[in-house]
Design a protein around this ligand. Structure first.
Ligand code: NAD
Length: 447
């Protein structure tokens, strides 16, 4: 299959603007004509409400495809670069070229978004693609395998379904770029496999994204924005606020408001709320459940394993040594870690791996600047959560343990394009060029 993709790539079919636009338009058609089916699959895999499915999966991909269609012609243009005296008469430019055949490996939590957004950029950049959806969201994986060949060029874009054995086999093959979304442990496996052929990799990983709340912030708004970012998709969002740091006094205020907000969002019994999701499978249920053991539960804490349900839960007075602070939670638990002040929060952040996102709630611009300039994270968002990922003109990606490379909007096109530095000279002006040839002498050096 991969040999087939490589030879079709060599024909140049995927390089034309016409082919790229046709594929992107067909992808929009796929999303338009199959919204209900996609929502149904997302509901069966993750108990996602249609609204979350449209806003965070279907429409996000559609908008990105439209953005690509509207800008692709100009993105594909060679970019002229400034030249020095030596190249005054020459043509120096960057050409955006497809790598060739791309492997895209997706995760299960936003199984449409994390497979189709990279696919859009890979197509826009003119690549052939093998798409490997996550086997942990099986309804969506099956649907993608059914729909993509119906709408997209079957000879250039393939869907391969399967689990670890199939992915391992794929990773043994030679690709020209690998784009992986998932956990950091598997990210290392992908990177090691890519090294065999020195294949470039993009790793969209996870981590513990911190929140710092300054006492001056309006707690009504803070509680709502954190609750939404944390508990949508039952906390299974790569950039979900993982834990909150604030003073003991702010903790009390936040807990009061959080209780009200969670009832407003999900009623007093979130299990009966259509707006609240489920844990993806029994293994992850057990993992998240164990993180609650011995914790000081301030809100929530109810579970039902037969329904893979864990209530929106807030943990108070959490210590850095508690189990919930040792790994990315990826579930509906929100620990609050009391800190003395923002300086202590900065130390805690810097003692840990670089997170995928960082959230500050404050009206004090000086404090925001201090935290921003003293830390590092994939993305940074003030007075809200998640929403920075919806700005298509911002790069989305991690740093350090939370990943490498970025995408969304034009950044996806850039990620899937090799930037070929080109210089076109004439054969003239040889006497001028001769200055660099041997025999070398002091006179030439002086020039
Ligand atoms: P997952 O279990 O679906 O794994 C991701 C992919 O890796 C799947 O396609 C799977 O088949 C493959 N895979 C799993 N084990 C493998 C192995 N041993 N060898 C080769 N391939 C293997 O998803 P996950 O890792 O549980 O996803 C959750 C993680 O992904 C979280 O850490 C989350 O933060 C991160 N995530 C990051 C982003 C982002 O954009 N940065 C988006 C979504 C999720």
């Amino acid at each position: 299959m991969i040999q087939g993709l490589r030879s079709i790539f060599r024909t140049g079919r995927t390089r034309s603007l016409k082919w790229r636009l046709a594929q992107l338009n067909s992808l929009i058609k796929l999303l338009d004509e199959n919204g209900e089916k996609i929502c149904q699959a997302l509901f069966e895999d993750l108990h996602k409400h249609n609204m979350e499915s449209y806003v965070m999966e279907i429409n996000m991909c559609k908008n990105d495809a439209v953005f690509n269609i509207n800008n692709l012609r100009s993105w594909m243009q060679p970019q002229q670069v400034p030249k020095g005296l030596l190249n005054k008469m020459d043509d120096a430019y960057i050409r955006y070229e497809p790598y060739g055949t791309a492997l895209i490996i997706g995760a299960w939590n936003y199984p449409i978004q994390v497979t189709l957004l990279p696919l859009i950029g890979a197509i826009a950049a003119g690549n052939c693609v093998v798409l490997k959806p996550s086997e942990l969201a099986p309804k969506v994986a099956t649907l993608l395998e059914e729909l993509i060949p119906k709408y997209l060029d079957q000879e250039c874009i393939k869907v391969v379904n399967g689990g670890i054995p199939e992915t391992t086999l794929l990773l043994e093959q030679r690709f020209d770029i690998i784009f992986y979304t998932g956990n950091t442990t598997v990210g290392r496996i992908v990177m090691a496999a890519a090294s065999k052929y020195v294949t470039p990799v993009v790793l969209e990983l996870g981590g513990k994204s911190p929140v710092f709340i300054d006492g001056n912030a309006d707690m009504n708004v803070v509680a709502r924005r954190i609750a939404w970012g944390k508990f949508c998709n039952a906390g299974q969002t790569c950039i979900a606020p993982d834990y909150v740091m604030c003073t003991v006094e702010t903790q009390e205020k936040l807990l009061d408001k959080m209780k009200v907000v969670l009832e407003e969002f999900y009623t007093t019994n979130a299990q009966t709320s259509e707006s609240f999701g489920r844990i993806i499978n029994a293994r992850h249920f057990q993992r998240v459940y164990k993180l609650m053991e011995g914790a000081n539960i301030a809100i929530g804490g109810q579970t039902d394993e037969s329904d893979l349900f864990i209530a929106p839960t807030v943990l108070r007075d959490v210590k850095l040594t508690d189990p919930v602070m040792q790994e990315e939670i990826f579930g509906p638990l929100l620990p609050i870690v009391p800190v003395r002040d923002h300086q202590e929060a900065i130390e805690i952040i810097n003692d840990r791996e670089k997170p995928l996102a960082m959230y500050i709630f404050s009206t004090d611009k000086g404090l925001v600047r201090t935290i921003k300039e003293s830390t590092s994270s994939g993305g940074f968002c003030v007075n809200d959560t998640l929403i920075h990922a919806a700005v298509p003109t911002l790069p989305f990606g991690g740093v350090g343990n939370s990943g490498m490379g970025a995408y969304h909007g034009k950044f996806t096109f850039d990620t899937f394009s090799h930037k070929r530095g080109c210089l076109e000279k004439s054969l003239g002006l040889e006497s001028f060029n001769s200055l660099r040839y041997p025999p070398y002498n002091e006179k030439k050096l002086g020039w």
